[in-house]
Every structure is written in C-alpha cells, then in structure tokens.
Design a protein around this ligand. Structure first.
Ligand code: NAP
Length: 213
C-alpha cells in the first residue's frame, strides 16, 4: 500500500524524511493499546525514534506518560512533561514507584531484547496490557504480550504530524545525514544500537534540466 503525503511548506526535507516510519508505528501502537485520557502508559525504549514519537503523541492525547530511556533524550522528554527513568537495573521497581502501582498500558518500543518479562511484571502480571514493536516470538506468545501488527497501517497519520512538524510542534530528531554513497557508515552507526536519532541518506543531486536536442 502506497500512501503519499505532500511535504508541508516550512518543513525541511531531511526532517520530513525522518517522520513516516516512527510516526506510523508509534500511532498504530498507541491506537492498538487504546491510549487515551485517563490511562497511564509506560513507554519502554523511549529513546528509540518510535519511542520518542510515542511519548509526544501520548502526551498530546492527554495522558500522564512514564518513560524509560537513556540520557540522550531524557531531558527533552521531561521538558515535554514525561516522567523519565533509566532502563538500567532496577527499572521495574522504579516504574512501579513512580506510577504508585502498575501502569495500565505498556509499549515496548525498544530494540530486540529480553525485557518482556520485566514489562509484564510492571503490568501486574497481565501480558495483554503490554504491546511490543520488536520482541515478537515465543516469549511474547507465552506471556500473552500483544504485537504491533494487530492493527492496520497508519500512514494516513503522517500528514497530520508533518503539518505539526512544519509548525514546530512535533519532531523525529535526526542524528546524522550521510551521502548515499556512505551508506555503510550509516549502517555501522545504526548497528551500534545507539544512533540517538534518525540517520538520513541524501541522494546525489540529480540534474533535471531537459536534454538539449
Ligand atoms: N513493529 C513495527 O511495525 C516496527 C516498525 C519499525 C521498526 N520496528 C522495530 O522497533 C524498534 C525500534 O526502532 P527505531 O527505528 O525506533 O529504533 P532506533 O531509533 O534505531 O533505536 C536506537 C535507540 O535505542 C535505544 N536503546 C538501545 N539499547 C536499548 C535497550 N536495551 N533498551 C531500550 N532502549 C535501547 C538507544 O537510545 P538510548 O539508549 O539513548 O535510550 C538508541 O539510540 C526496532 O527493534 C525496530 O526493528 C518495528
């Protein structure tokens, strides 16, 4: 399915290129979890670009947001209104203490990891309150964790968030741009697991002038 969205006036093309995947996946995941005013979602892996987008979207939906992330984006998320803790040792206890009980909905937006049992503990043992975008497999099935492909794709949300981005009210941060020919360097940063933002490849300049007969 191809969904085309015009780039709104005022939105830089690099910033626009950073949006679709993170916006679509974050929006779809929050919709499946039914994150709405009155819920207290816990967003694990909030330092991924899906997670960062999900934090902003959940706050826009009027919920209290508890997030686990590295230090890179923690300050920005706190400034937006999220309560942020580290994803290192002791996360389960810290999150339950911050929430004064079990958060009702949990999004695993982190990379592939062994975190699901901890997230189900935070959910008070109820795996159906947890949705993962990355940890699909037998552990998720055994724990009853939901996955992000339950719902239809949400690329139709990209236009709204592109407009917000053009107005300075939304962003998916770009860590680095690379010329297309340097894709291996971009891949190495991505595979490090700590890209700290989107990596955007820039195609070589194309000459669009018509050929002279
Ligand atoms: N289901 C879907 O539809 C769908 C679609 C696209 C992608 N995905 C998957 O979703 C995941 C996130 O994708 P993305 O592109 O948003 O990721 P990303 O931005 O490339 O994530 C990189 C960030 O992950 C954080 N991180 C590293 N190790 C972590 C850990 N153990 N726990 C929590 N955070 C950690 C790091 O930030 P800090 O350490 O600074 O916090 C790092 O900067 C990937 O596994 C991807 O394959 C799923």
């Amino acid at each position: 399915m191809a969904v085309w969205t015009p780039v709104p006036e005022g939105l830089d093309l690099v910033d626009a290129a950073a949006l679709p995947m993170a916006v679509e996946t974050a929006c779809r995941s929050l919709d499946i979890l039914a994150v709405a005013p009155g819920s207290t979602p816990f967003l694990y892996g909030a330092g991924t670009m899906i997670g960062f987008a999900a934090v902003r979207m959940a706050l826009m939906r009027g919920t209290r947001v508890i997030a686990a992330a590295g230090e890179n984006f923690a300050g920005r998320m706190r400034a937006l209104g999220a309560e942020v803790t580290a994803y290192a040792d002791g996360m389960v206890e810290r999150v339950i203490a911050i929430a004064s009980g079990a958060p009702d909905l949990i999004l695993d937006a982190g990379p592939v990891s062994n975190v699901l049992p901890d997230l189900v503990r935070i959910a008070g043992g109820d795996g159906t309150r947890v949705l993962t975008v990355s940890n699909h497999g037998p552990v998720a099935t055994d724990l009853g964790v939901r996955h992000s492909f339950e719902g239809g794709l949400r690329y139709n949300a990209v236009g709204e968030f592109a407009q917000r981005a053009a107005e300075g009210r939304f962003i998916v941060p770009v860590a680095h741009t690379f010329p297309l020919a340097a894709w291996r360097a971009a891949l190495a940063v991505s595979l490090s697991g700590h890209a700290h933002g989107k990596l955007v490849l820039l195609p070589e300049r194309r000459h669009t002038a018509p050929a002279v007969a």
